[in-house]
Design a protein around this ligand. Structure first.
Ligand SMILES: C[S@@+](CC[C@H](N)C(=O)[O-])C[C@H]1O[C@@H](n2cnc3c(N)ncnc32)[C@H](O)[C@@H]1O
Length: 277
């Protein structure tokens, strides 16, 4: 784990960045995120459009007794959408590195014998080769510094299919979202010190865009015989996104621009990468 210089000087534990570029405070200490996901897991807040989409994509793929893995599961809110649409007996494992989410996930699903939650990191998943029939990973790749090991790990633990949702474009962009204390309460960095003297961000998380070529050629390199299908995420209901943006009232809430759903300043759409082994 890297500690950024500004906060080391100030002996503060705020605004730490982990070695994969994720802002630890966002996930590790920010209970608000966890509460929002938890409300979705217990059905007190509406399903996300993306969790409906993934469950519709998975519906024809999941067979009786299949084992399904959700990487970066937060509180297991996707499981609610899967159960709602898929009327088969299947087993769901959610994995996430942050206990703040996993504790709430275990609470939300404590009476469900088909669901389990395991502390795990996409860079070294705590599962055996081919342990799952299908795995999926939504809205995690965008935040990762390097996606090659995560791709290898997802392919290793999955017997049949892997579904990844992230932002793709013709060319790759490496983008940092830079934090300051005016809008992000978990950092103590003043706006005028967002960047250090070398021009490096003091606290950031990645919002990267990967090129179609980079992602598909690397998947083929890892698993030469696989089939890759990339489909645009057109599965969302515009009105529902607009409503949830209003409820969230935060600068990074997903919004609608024209016919696209937009995350922050990223004007490119999300895609589902479906890998069949
Ligand atoms: C933006 S949230 C997405 C949650 C959910 N998959 C969704 O699409 O709504 C990113 C999730 O990835 C998890 N995460 C962060 N770093 C991770 C890592 N190295 N391995 C696995 N999951 C990670 C976070 O804790 C968080 O639950």
């Amino acid at each position: 784990m890297e500690l950024n210089k500004y906060n080391m000087k100030n002996n503060s534990k705020k605004a730490r960045i982990d070695k994969h570029g994720l802002c630890l405070n966002e996930y590790k200490n920010n209970n608000n995120n966890a509460k929002v996901y938890y409300a979705r897991s217990i059905g007190k807040a509406p399903e996300m459009e993306v969790s409906k989409a993934i469950s519709m994509i998975l519906k024809p793929m999941i067979k009786e007794e299949n084992k399904i893995l959700d990487v970066g599961c937060a509180t297991g809110h996707f499981y609610r959408s899967l159960k709602k649409r898929i009327k088969k007996n299947f087993y769901y494992t959610g994995t996430d590195p942050y206990e703040i989410f996993l504790k709430k996930a275990r609470l939300a699903w404590k009476n469900d014998k088909n669901a389990q939650f395991v502390n795990g990191n996409i860079y070294k998943l705590p599962f055996k080769k081919n342990e799952f029939d299908i795995s999926f990973c939504s809205n995690v790749f965008i935040h990762l510094n390097d996606v090659i090991k995560p791709l290898k790990e997802l392919i290793r633990v999955s017997k049949k299919k892997i579904i990844i949702r992230t932002v793709l474009f013709d060319v790759s962009y490496k983008i940092q979202l830079v934090y300051n204390k005016n809008w992000w309460k978990d950092t103590d960095i003043p706006a005028e010190r967002e960047f250090d003297k070398k021009g490096n961000a003091r606290a950031f998380s990645y919002f990267n865009i990967l090129s179609f070529d980079y992602i598909s050629q690397n998947i083929k390199k890892i698993e030469p015989k696989c089939k890759i299908k990339i489909i645009k995420d057109n599965f969302f209901n515009k009105k529902k996104i607009i409503k949830s943006q209003k409820n969230e009232r935060r600068p990074l809430a997903t919004k609608i621009l024209g016919n696209e759903q937009i995350s922050g300043c990223i004007l490119q759409p999300h895609y589902f990468i479906i890998i069949s082994k």
